[in-house]
Design a protein around this ligand. Structure first.
Ligand SMILES: Nc1ncnc2c1ncn2[C@@H]1O[C@H](COP(=O)(O)OP(=O)(O)OP(=O)(O)O)[C@@H](O)[C@H]1O
Ligand SMILES: [Mg+2]
Length: 261
């Protein structure tokens, strides 16, 4: 079974950036292989990871459905074709693999693509000790239960009063929806000053968060994003890399200490 990290938060706060950094740093710290799951139909986790996705679960599901409608593949053969094509779509990088849900093309097919993704994740999870899921904004994916339980629920926000209040609401919603998670981490991203320190502390207490990680606004991230460059080639001393490595040291204390001794 994988250790599953699911990233959530509202639109544009840095979910994909943080997913990319977590994946690359988990791998760089020797905890590979990692399965990167791009569960956002509009996402660009592949760009952030520098690993171009050629096919998505949504598109494959449509192709197989179209083939089935001609009567050429049916029943078990259809299921096998689906599984085979999805396996083929897995992008294999050095220390992580990537699978993308993509956008189902037909109307009303989201649930089916979700179910396919759910099956795929559960089949693949035995081969990957770590899995990081980048979700679309909100809790939609998690509420559709693409995984039964996550080990770490990561909520991302920017350090505005509004953003912090959104995390409070998301946390409440997660509890109401009975989303199962072992630990909660709040990433406060794009921090430029200590203006909201008191609010952040209060949010930590209200949500009973296990970790609060502040990530600074960073010029490298901005220019890499503008150029479409992957985050794997960030300079090793980059301040976000240092923050993520420190967080991983706390999260995987024993495993990382064990490795270094
Ligand atoms: N710490 C940071 N410093 C500077 N820029 C950042 C930082 N974090 C994220 N960004 C930039 O903010 C923008 C949005 O980030 P990202 O795509 O990761 O957000 P998202 O939450 O995944 O968005 P969406 O909801 O659209 O999927 C990107 O251009 C990214 O480069
Ligand atoms: Mg995103």
């Amino acid at each position: 079974m994988s250790y599953i990290i699911a990233i959530t938060g509202k639109g544009g706060v840095g979910k994909t950036t943080i997913a990319g950094l977590l994946i690359s740093r988990i791998a760089a710290n020797g905890l590979s292989p990692v399965l990167a799951v791009d569960a956002d139909p509009n996402s660009c986790l592949d760009t952030v990871l520098g690993a171009a996705v050629k096919n998505t679960v949504g598109r494959i599901r449509e192709d197989v459905r179209n083939q089935a409608s001609t009567g050429k593949v049916t029943g078990i053969a259809k299921q096998q074709l689906l599984e085979m094509k999805i396996e083929e779509s897995l992008v294999e990088a050095d220390k992580f693999d990537l699978i993308a849900m993509g956008r189902p093309e037909g109307p009303g097919c989201y649930c089916f693509a979700n179910n396919v993704l759910k099956d795929v994740i559960s089949k693949l999870s035995s081969g990957y000790p770590y899995m990081v899921i980048d979700n679309e904004a909100g809790l939609e994916n998690l509420s559709r239960r693409i995984v039964k339980k996550v080990n770490l629920l990561a909520m991302v926000t920017v350090p505005t009063k509004n953003g912090l209040d959104t995390v409070r609401r998301l946390h409440q919603l997660a509890l109401e929806m009975k989303i199962e998670f072992d630990k909660l981490c709040i990433f406060v991203n794009r921090v430029r000053s200590e203006t909201h320190a008191a609010h952040i502390e209060e949010l930590g207490k209200d949500t009973n968060a296990d970790f609060i990680v502040e990530l600074p606004e960073n010029q490298d991230i901005i220019s890499f994003s503008e150029k479409g460059k992957d985050l794997l080639s960030l300079p090793p001393g980059n301040e976000l890399i240092v923050c993520i490595d420190n967080f991983l040291k706390k999260l995987f204390k024993e495993k990382l200490n064990g490795q270094r001794s």
